[in-house]
Design a protein around this ligand. Structure first.
Ligand code: LLP
Length: 421
């Protein structure tokens, strides 16, 4: 569920009309609903509360939406963070997420990032290769501080999602093949300052089928038992993220947090370890829309084009993954039409929807791409020298620009003329 609805004929974010916001900040812009973020986090955290030993850690996957106000909204609810770079670590800390709720994932962490995590005193690193064990062992020795690690396994399962966001297959770059986990634990334990205390997995994103997730969590449990028997002090199991969100009103819903939690409860009953989760998309996906204006419409040989002022650089998902985002008029009329929705960028991939039945819109109308809160603004670029789109957060009747539109002059100022020119 979300808090974007038509009131008095106009789409609102909570109590604020998107028309009013557009008049203040210009288009395109991302708009987030704080109530939706809060609701999704609370529903998920409540669903998994009571699973495993102690209180589970819900570590929001910062990559889904790293905006400081989004992170601070979650920090206030007690969320942790799953970070994958020094930049994300800095954002999580700046937003007030305590270091002991931060987990550092990623297949290519660099020495300076490992050092930043150790200096901050984060809860754990999820280590993804034998080479990383030795890198981290050296950095930990430099600081002479004990560092808790989980081994991220590659469970060799097919998560049955889009190939570009599948991470659990045997040939994916992620994790250590599960049959090498005992050797990896022994390798880690041989480092004076490393404490191998857990196992982790994340098999993919936008998951609709809980079967492969269940197989993976079961495998984590088997390995944790084996590692305990081998004398390691296992404390935590990280089940990853990946739960899908509904992008299309006309398609079946993904599993609910309750269904997901029921599956986890079944698999982990009696486990003596603390559980961790890394949801990203399901917390913020429906909490954001990209608001744009129709520049003009034009007729091709056989297509009716709607050219909007947002483009693939602002919301990359349709171009990159053929992803579907519902397209809605901010002030809907009764008529509908079949349209191909495109941005102004000079390539055909700059297409949001192809021959889609949509609410009829014309030049000057405001439109919204729905479910754009996850992997939207954060994947934006300045391609075609377009400024990064601002982000606005709404809470009830309050709103605030939480990321500014960068200006062409500021972008130009980052360039320099080579001295010979
Ligand atoms: N944990 C790890 C280690 C991850 O790599 C990811 C996402 C997550 C958690 C969160 O997954 P979620 O709950 O959001 O599905 N840009 C793509 C999605 C890439 C996901 C990468 N990893 C998209 O727009 O669909």
């Amino acid at each position: 569920m979300d808090h974007f609805e038509i009131r008095d004929g106009v789409m609102h974010a909570e109590d604020i009309s998107l028309e009013a916001l557009a008049a203040k900040v210009g288009t395109p812009f991302y708009c987030y609903s704080a109530a939706t973020i809060e609701r999704h986090y609370t529903v998920f955290a409540a669903a998994v509360a009571g699973l495993g030993q102690g209180t589970p850690l819900v570590a929001f996957a910062v990559k889904a939406n790293p905006n400081l106000s989004v992170l601070a909204t979650l920090a206030r609810l007690g969320a942790g963070a799953d970070v994958v770079s020094g930049g994300e670590l800095a954002r999580a800390l700046a937003a007030g997420i305590p270091a002991d709720r931060i987990v550092f994932s990623g297949v290519g962490k660099q020495n300076h990032e490992l050092a930043a995590g150790i200096e901050a005193g984060i809860l754990q690193f999820n280590v993804e290769s034998e080479a990383e064990i030795d890198m981290l062992g050296k950095v930990a020795a430099h600081y002479a501080r004990p560092v808790e690690i989980s081994i991220r396994i590659n469970p060799a399962v097919d998560p049955k999602t889009h190939g570009k966001i599948s991470t659990g297959g045997a040939d994916a770059k992620f994790g250590i093949p599960w049959d090498r986990v005992p050797a990896a634990f022994a390798q880690a334990a041989a480092h004076e300052w490393l404490r191998p205390i857990g196992l982790a997995a994340h098999i993919g994103s936008q998951l609709f089928d809980l079967g492969p997730v269940e197989d993976t969590i079961r495998r984590l449990g088997e390995l944790a038992r084996a590692m305990t028997a081998a004398g390691h002090n296992i404390k935590r199991i990280d089940c990853g993220g990946g739960l899908g969100v509904p992008y299309r009103a006309d398609q079946p819903l993904p599993p609910s947090p309750a269904a997901y939690a029921a599956m986890v409860a079944r698999v982990t009953a009696g486990w003596p370890w603390r559980l961790m989760f890394e949801p990203g998309r399901m917390i913020v996906g429906n909490a954001g829309v990209l608001v744009s204006s129709v520049i003009l419409t034009k007729e091709g040989a056989s297509k009716h084009f709607v050219v909007v002022d947002a483009a693939m650089n602002d919301l990359l998902r349709p171009s990159l993954y053929n992803a579907w985002h519902d397209f809605r008029a901010v002030r809907p009329r009764a008529e509908r039409c079949v349209a191909t929705i495109v941005g102004p960028i000079c390539e055909t991939g700059d297409t949001f929807a192809d021959d889609r039945d949509v609410e009829a819109v014309g030049s000057g109308d405001l439109v919204a791409f729905m479910t754009a809160g996850a992997y939207g603004a954060t994947m934006a670029s300045t391609y075609n020298s377009r400024p990064l789109v601002p982000e606005v957060m709404v809470k009830g009747a309050q709103w605030s620009v939480v990321s500014e539109r960068n200006q062409p002059a500021a972008m130009l100022a980052l360039d320099a003329l080579a001295p010979w020119l």
